[in-house]
Design a protein around this ligand. Structure first.
Ligand code: ZN
Length: 320
């Protein structure tokens, strides 16, 4: 695991910093692009962003779906197929592929909220996850049948950053149509679903799988009326699954369904049979509900083995 680890670190001017000749707004826009296009990762996350944004698995040479221009705020900003940057069709100013993600919608010219950093992590994690999937897809798609991709956290992208959710769903659906189940498993270890499992888990039989639908989630978990938009329609590429494997292990899992499904059954979860057959062998004996590969990755990624001072030194070297 240590030999296979990929590290990524970046820095954004969020507080008490100015960038000569540039507004904070543009410095962060450029920083996000450069970070995704980082040479140390061979620009792979950027290639993955292009693969998802232009839906390259379809070979249809689609332009980028329109988004809000970071300069003139027109809703018709787009880039031609495969472009990483180009002029806005309305104002002619340069837009970057990463602008489609919508970070600029959360920033003012001279300041940016701290949440930019956590949203960036969320996007970068998603790009790394799909970099692995893309590599198999492009080189040996049949091997995807034997892989399980694990993500620590939900299979979801929040708020305006959710532009990648629809293409991700379309990819998984399109792979399924070609007879390839892309098995992805996310695990939530905090939040409303985790708390809800703590409530219902102890009295549930084991083994037990429960896939809550729209009404149950709205009323029993979010305590909101069920009327309104289907749960997770814009933001989630995995359905929520409550799993009690045995009396010691229960977990909140996320598994894609491909196309959106507001009330999925277990059989709608992509790769369900294989994932649930594999799950008992992944359980950690150290933590309740813990998955061993995620625990191993945590050990490697913990700050004690990758001190923040070293991160900053490497950043300074790379940009000096
Ligand atoms: Zn514009």
């Amino acid at each position: 695991m240590a030999d296979a680890t990929i590290y990524h670190a970046t820095v954004f001017p969020l507080r008490h910093i100015t960038v000569p000749g540039m507004t904070i707004y543009n410095a962060i826009r450029n920083g996000i692009f450069e970070s995704v296009a980082e040479d140390r990762l061979d620009r792979e996350p950027l290639e993955t962003l292009k693969w998802l944004a232009y839906e390259k698995w379809e070979n249809q040479n689609k332009d980028l779906p329109p988004f809000q221009c970071p300069h003139c705020a027109s809703d018709s900003a787009t880039l031609t197929y495969d472009a990483e940057r180009g002029p806005c069709p309305s104002c002619g100013e340069e837009i970057l592929l990463t602008d489609m993600l919508g970070f600029h919608l959360a920033m003012a010219q001279d300041s940016a909220p701290d949440s930019i950093a956590s949203e960036y992590i969320m996007i970068h994690e998603t790009l790394l996850l799909f970099t692995g999937i893309r590599h198999f897809w492009e080189n040996k798609p049949e091997l995807l049948r034997q892989c399980l991709f694990l993500k620590d956290g939900p299979l979801a992208i929040r708020a305006q950053y959710s532009k990648l959710v629809a293409p991700i769903r379309r990819f998984i659906e399109s792979a399924k149509d070609k007879g390839i189940e892309v098995c992805i498993l996310g695990q939530e270890k905090s939040g409303a679903f985790f708390d809800h499992l703590a409530l219902i888990g102890p009295s549930a039989p084991s083994p037990m799988l429960f896939v809550p639908g729209h009404n149950y989630i709205r009323e029993e978990i979010q305590h909101r009326p069920a009327a309104g938009a289907p749960y997770g329609f814009d933001t989630n590429y995995g359905a929520k699954v409550f799993a009690k494997v045995n009396e010691r292990h229960q977990a909140v899992l996320n598994i894609p369904t491909g196309a959106y499904n507001s009330d999925p059954a277990v059989s709608d979860l992509v790769g369900a049979a294989r994932i649930f057959a594999t799950l008992p062998s992944l359980l950690s004996s150290r933590y309740e509900g813990g998955l061993f590969p995620i625990e191993l990755a945590h050990n490697i990624a913990s700050l004690s083995t990758y001190p923040s001072a070293k991160v900053l030194a490497m950043f300074a070297e790379a940009h000096s």
